[in-house]
Design a binder for this molecule. Structure first.
Ligand code: SER
Length: 590
């Protein structure tokens, strides 16, 4: 079976059981400042799992683009990926444990004809005041599993969520497939990680909301959130020994073999898998409707790491030429029938990946020179310090394994522990900066930033009034001291224009206009003429902040209650930000 047939089979099965299909959301989540990527199908559904009414009802199904950076080091084995597709079905306060388990079981054993004896499941075994899930245990017995196929796990194994810091979560039951590999011992079960059992589906019973203080609050609405990896179920169904043997990957590997005359073997298979996984992920991130450019921060940094790691592995298997253009084209061909954004953004994706290749290849050569310089100062059998290894990583993008490989050729060791501690220090720093920066461009929620945020909306509409409707927000960064606003416009603003813009903002402030917030669907927001990022998600409700006569914008907030709270608005600077994008820095005085 091919991937598309598997998607269709799954979705049809759930539609026949009263579910409504909705499209995949962007890989970059809208409403969660604590994560960089959509990591599960439930992510875009958080408001509905917490009780908001979904316009398509209480039973939903879809295939969602997901990305998990936590799994990056596992990539190279048979079943792990960074980017993957999650097939999921949801009950928003409708059916619960029994019906969910019955449907999953029937889909696997009747629709896909997987023998019952090949399945094993884990069930939540209880934690502190949260009881063992005996109800789920009984459900599995009732559908036909033997007790020898059912295992209780702990919090680590059988509790899922929240996806970010707070949100819906609950006990789960995970369904595994027995690959038939040798058991690792008498206790071999889905709870060990020897690789004999592969997890294919997770049914989460979202009964709790984790709040800011880490408490689990019982939800009045009991939900089901399930997720199954398309890549894995396809491999299991087709009896191929790894996800890479499916039509989602096989044509990409064949293309690399054709282009290079280098063929996969036991020695290089891990590199082949890393290359195709990472390039596929990079294609989806860059080509997302929200478009991402490789950079040194946030999502841009992840995509840079993925591309660089794949280039390193291409070199490792012996590929010298730049074959990325053809490989990326193959990835786009395979996926664009289902994800047309890849076709729409094809030129952009190819251009960004080429740019990254060119810049990394140049640092690669300079980095190798630098590494040789370091090695020359170390005698045979000596050790490269963790700090220098980290410098090669940080300045030239050399992963530690690559440095170790180069050092080994010279008979030199590398202080990997020293590298790791430098690396952790660095990771800690970048994590806190990613978390701090994510709140829609707000550094914090202080009174000052909130005021500057409202001023930013006024500025945005004033710019459109003075310069025309082709002006769109391209970025925003607000600290308690100042606002910084990037917008599309292709020349320097004249003094008159800047004065006009300031006047409009100050006029709105002097009129003491209430700032109103209303929730509505994207379609309603559009018909009211609101500006902002319109996502393709059907029926999703959004917040629209309105300042009568001046501004109407889709936004997550927060804002002041009245424009009169702002004080006088002053533009400090207008300059170029990048090609076709201008930047204004402004403050409010009191
Ligand atoms: N959210 C759960 C998971 O990611 C089920 O989809 O495993």
């Amino acid at each position: 079976m091919k991937a598309q047939e598997m998607r269709e089979t799954f979705i049809k099965y759930l539609i026949e059981r009263g579910h409504k299909e909705f499209p995949s959301a962007s890989l970059l989540p809208d409403n969660d400042p604590s994560v960089l990527f959509t990591t599960a199908g439930m992510h875009p559904l958080v408001p509905y799992l917490l009780g908001e009414r979904h316009p398509q009802g209480k039973r939903l199904v879809n295939a969602q683009k997901c990305l998990r950076t936590d799994d990056i080091d596992e990539v190279g084995d048979e079943f792990h990926h960074t980017y993957f597709e999650m097939l999921g079905n949801w009950s928003l306060g409708d059916y619960f444990k029994n019906e969910s388990i019955t449907m999953s079981f029937e889909f696997l054993t009747s629709v896909l004809s997987i023998p019952i004896c090949k399945l094993a499941v884990t069930v939540f075994g209880g934690y502190e005041e949260i009881p063992k899930d005996t109800e789920v245990y009984e459900c599995w017995k009732n559908v036909g599993l033997n007790e020898s196929q059912i295992f209780y796990g702990g919090m680590k194994e059988n509790w899922w969520g929240p996806a970010g810091k707070t949100g819906p979560c609950g006990p789960d039951t995970e369904i595994f497939y027995d690959t038939g590999k040798e058991p690792c011992g008498d206790d071999c079960s889905p709870l060990c990680d020897c690789g004999r059992f592969v997890e294919i589906w997770n049914n989460v019973f979202m009964q709790y909301n984790k709040d800011d203080e880490g408490h689990f609050i019982v939800l009045s609405q009991k939900n089901v959130d399930t997720g199954m990896s398309l890549e894995r179920i396809l491999a299991v169904y087709n009896h191929v020994s790894s996800n890479y043997g499916t039509d989602l990957f096989e044509p990409i590997i064949i293309r690399i073999e054709e282009l290079t005359n280098i063929f996969r073997s036991k020695e290089n298979i891990k590199s082949f898998r890393i290359i195709v996984d990472h390039l596929r992920a990079a294609t989806f991130i860059i080509g997302d409707p929200k478009k991402v450019v490789p950079s040194n921060t946030e999502q841009g940094y992840i995509v840079r790491r993925l591309i660089r790691r794949s280039i390193r592995h291409l070199r490792k298997i012996g590929v010298i030429n730049n074959i990325l253009h053809d490989v990326i084209n193959t990835i786009i061909e395979i996926n664009s029938p289902v994800y047309p954004e890849l076709k729409t953004n094809k030129e952009f994706i190819l251009e960004q990946i080429e740019k990254e290749y060119t810049s990394f290849i140049s640092t690669l050569d300079r980095g190798i020179k630098k590494a040789e310089h370091f090695f020359n100062n170390i005698s045979d059998g000596g050790t490269l310090t963790g700090e220098l290894a980290f410098r090669l990583f940080d300045t030239f993008g050399f992963p530690i394994e690559f440095t170790v490989e180069l050092a080994t050729e010279k008979g030199i060791l590398v202080d990997i522990d020293g590298f790791n501690s430098k690396f952790l220090e660095h990771q800690e720093k970048s994590r806190s900066s990613a978390e701090g920066k994510f709140k829609g461009g707000l550094a914090d929620n202080s009174v000052q930033t909130t005021k500057l945020h409202t001023a930013t909306h006024l500025l945005n509409s004033a710019l459109r009034q003075v310069l025309g409707d082709d002006v769109y927000q391209r970025g925003s960064n607000i600290t308690p001291e100042r606002l910084r606003f990037d917008f599309s416009f292709d020349r320097k603003l004249t003094n008159e224009e800047l004065i006009k813009v300031s006047q409009i903002v100050n006029e709105a402030i002097s009129k003491n206009i209430p700032v109103e917030c209303n929730e509505m669907t994207v379609d309603e927001a559009k018909s009211l003429g609101a500006i902002g990022v319109f996502d393709q998600k059907y029926g999703e409700t959004v917040k629209v902040y309105s300042i009568d006569g001046y501004s109407k914008e889709i936004c997550g907030g927060p804002h002041t209650l009245n424009t009169g709270e702002l004080g006088s608005f002053n533009i400090l600077k207008e300059e170029s930000s990048s090609s076709g994008v201008r930047r204004i820095k402004a403050i409010i005085n009191y």
